[in-house]
Design a protein around this ligand. Structure first.
Ligand code: SF4
Length: 288
């Protein structure tokens, strides 16, 4: 069974929720969020592919011109993605202008980062066209699919910087950065991406980064032997839950339940009993 990185973070958040979603196949019915997530992923994949065209079209060492080049390419792709999926978005009642604006802010941020990256490179070597594309480092990939057959795990990392001697996976987070260090779930998530990126690109990953958008702060984690050890332990515990036929306990931190989209189903003991009966084919003595 190939696990996704999100299964491990799901396990760390609440093993019972993971079981409800993956074993009992309960859905939070938020189809709008699922569609928006899929479109965001599709958009960023297209942006990665458009970078070559945008970069080859750069002719001047001017931040504004370079930024405009990316913005033009990205905005055109965003319009196409939204227009192609307009009917599906309407069907699940997504506010299209609001979603467009949210995505537009995202692509503007990307365009700024890419423009700054190119400008920094041009300071060291002033080349344009095909030569700029070929020599440019680091190249930045966004929403990159990564996997490792040995670990039997896959995921999609927000960003990867491709340097000549290393690659650096970067996860972007909304919400506050902790006072120091990183949140435990985010640490395992980044650890997973460090291992998966190393395998996917067959290049060393010496470090990974978490970038907290709201605080504009970066936290860096170094790749040590403990990284693989931590991931393997969490992977084993996650697999145990997914292969088990026993409903896990409620999460200890009940504040998590307040926002949980599966709360009504999770706390409905009769409903849960029926679901477990369907799973096991026999009624359990005590399920919840
Ligand atoms: S309601 Fe609470 S215990 Fe139940 S799945 Fe959600 S977070 Fe876990």
């Amino acid at each position: 069974m190939t696990l996704a990185v999100s299964d491990l973070t799901g396990y760390l958040y609440c093993p019972r929720k993971l079981f409800l979603e993956k074993v009992l196949k309960l859905r939070s019915r938020d189809t709008a969020a699922a569609l928006k997530g899929a479109l965001r992923h599709d958009l960023y994949e297209r942006l990665n592919k458009a970078d070559e065209t945008a970069i080859k079209a750069i002719t001047k060492k001017e931040y504004y011109d370079i930024f405009e080049q990316f913005k033009k390419e990205y905005a055109s792709i965003l319009r196409k993605v939204i227009s192609y999926h307009k009917e599906a978005l309407k069907k699940v009642k997504v506010d299209i202008p609001e979603f467009y604006n949210q995505m537009f802010r995202g692509i503007i941020n990307e365009a700024k980062v890419k423009a700054r990256n190119i400008l920094d490179f041009l300071e060291t070597e002033e080349v344009y066209g095909d030569e700029l594309w070929e020599k440019l480092t680091p190249k930045i990939l966004v929403k990159v699919a990564v996997q490792d057959e040995e670990l039997d795990m896959k995921g999609v990392v927000d960003k990867i910087e491709m340097h000549p001697d290393e690659i650096v996976p970067i996860e972007i987070k909304t919400g506050k950065a902790p006072e120091k260090g990183v949140w435990p779930g985010q640490k395992i998530q980044l650890f997973c991406y460090m291992l998966l990126a190393e395998k996917t690109f067959d290049k060393p990953v010496k470090r990974g980064q978490l970038y907290y958008l709201d605080d504009k702060e970066t936290r860096e984690l170094i790749n040590t032997p403990f990284v693989a050890e931590d991931v393997k332990k969490t992977l084993a515990k996650t697999k145990e839950i997914l292969e088990s036929k026993k409903l896990p306990d409620f999460v200890e931190n009940k504040r998590k339940c307040e926002k949980c989209p599966l709360k009504d189903q999770c706390y409905d003991s009769q409903f849960m009993e029926e679901k477990m009966f369907e799973l096991l084919g026999e009624r359990q003595e005590k399920l919840v």
